[in-house]
Design a protein around this ligand. Sequence first.
Ligand SMILES: [Zn+2]
Length: 689
Amino acid sequence: MNRVRFAPILLLAAASALAQAPASQKPTAPAAIKSFDAAAIDKTADPCADFYQYACGNWVKSNPIPGDQTRWARSFSLVGERNRYLLWQELDSAATKPKSALEKQYGDYFAACMDTGLIEKKGLKPLEPAFQRIATLKDARHLAAVASELEAEGSPMPLFNFGVEQDAKDSSKQIASIGQGGLSLPDRDYYLVDNKHFAEIRQQYIVHMTKMFALAGDTPEQAAKEAAAVMQIETALAKASMARVEMRDPQKVYHIYTVADFQKLTPEFDYSLYFKAVQVRPFETLNVATPGFFKGLNELVAKEPIDAWKSYLRWHTLHSAAANLPKAFFNENFAFFGKELAGQKEPTPRWKQCTSMTDRALGEAVGQDWVKQNFPPAAKASMDQLVAALEKSLGDDIKTLPWMTDSTKKAAEEKLGLIRNKIGYPEKWRDYSALKVEREDLIGNLRRNAVFGRNWDLDHLGKPVDEKEWGMTPPTVNAYYDPSMNDINFPAGILQPPFFDFTVDPAVNFGGIGVVIGHEMTHGFDDEGSQFDGKGNLREWQTPEDRKAFTERTDCVANEYSGFEAAPAKGETAAQRLNGRLTLGENTADNGGLRIAYMALLDTLAAEGKSINDKIDGYTEAQRYFLGFAQVWCQNQTEQSARQSALTDPHSSGRWRVNGSVQNFDQFGKAFGCAKGQPMTPANSCRVW
Ligand SMILES: [Zn+2]
């Protein structure tokens, strides 16, 4: 399943930033998380001047970032840590006393990861077959064969991403798709932007690669030469890459080619060898998401000396395995990718890393027991009700939109009516019986899992779409909208306090999970999702005038958020602003979610004979709604990570998810008695939905 078009509520940390810590760091049970936290509020702040500071100020002050984190968020991090701890308990018990074949399988997967003594003893041996294969590389024509064989064996294919996705213009078909790859740094900007900040990072990256090659046994001179060669190739690939903002436009990443025509784009790289190696069924056409990248890759294959390609493949073999190699490699990898690039002070404890790794590999196996323990049937029934309430609100919102013509409103309502909801966990669990797991072979497990995952994905080619498949595992604290499926998905992991709490008043739940549901629904109608119709096909359903009005409104949001600062200036390094174009879909979804969840709350209160002005513990229902919403996003983030996120994460930082959203919603000013023209109630605000 291709996940490029998924729109999640937040971006989860990349696995590459994880590294090893002493095994002695023992897991501890995290405390329960409050849904509404009056103690988090900074009463010295003016909610009309800076609502985020008001709602979160005390929490931010008293919750510094733990050493093993780069971002510490009141809800997502705390719930994530809690879910991971519960999952760890399950894995730890399965690793010691498995009660079923499935428990034995994931217990062994986890145990292999935890065995740092064995990792140390094995050294680089597990990578030797890959290194030997790379050493056989003869000439440029041979590159396709060697790179393909490496991927066939479960090493990552660094150059590009190949998989199966729904045809953007005919969502009933599952087609082959290929897109750009090849980089190790978080974004092409890291290679290309000409300023001191990035120049320093590039310099440190070269030093890091040199150290890694030296650790792998190369002489200092050789290591330095190899690092320079990798930098040259990755920089050229970065130049050929499409920018993230462009990648968000589904039209720009849709180019159907015949296999023969695609091969003409990159004649130097023989794709027939690759397709054969990964054992994909024969096919005639495919989507080439980024043709420019493949042209660039072709020039590079012809131009770079064969030794440079050897270094490049060696680097990616080392780099991708670094977190699961002996300590010296872990530590060096962490020093650069964790500490330097993301500001993480200490490595992630091993038990956390192994728990997450097992969840990624066998999520629907470990998830089966997890939901039995942590997701009561009553939770699903309540969610069904909440989703229905939000659907009604979005329908009402569409009906009353000031800028949309009636015919387009009808089309929007039709699309809304076709959105499917998936709540909790899959009806049918994935079958992992073909995945062989060995308790004493961590790297082998990772490889076999890569092959297993690829086979599972490629098996979709040409088959009917299975609407019941999930793209996230049950314990995940996240949610997503998929425009090709036109469905919203809420894993069991997010359906708990502080997002969702049976024990609190509806205002707080609507501010929490209600806004999350509204956010995902609005993704169907953001600048990206709105280009797909109710059946998940890339097809215009707005009239040209409506599309023009829509774009004027999304431009307003993009410009507004581009003015927000993600990280302050530091020394000679300029302040980092958000990219309003990169975050446009998420900001639109936040704004829409806040509005329609509020409307759903009004309906719910009215049905119960209550008013939005009723007070509980000194706050009106309206105030509790906005506070409940804001407190989902209280967070601390390292400066390095904030800068990285501003370039790579399509979500705005917590402060702006809160302040940006309330600034555009007039009910906020009313709830807190703000005068027009104050920072949270600007004279000119933006509204799409
Ligand atoms: Zn989202």
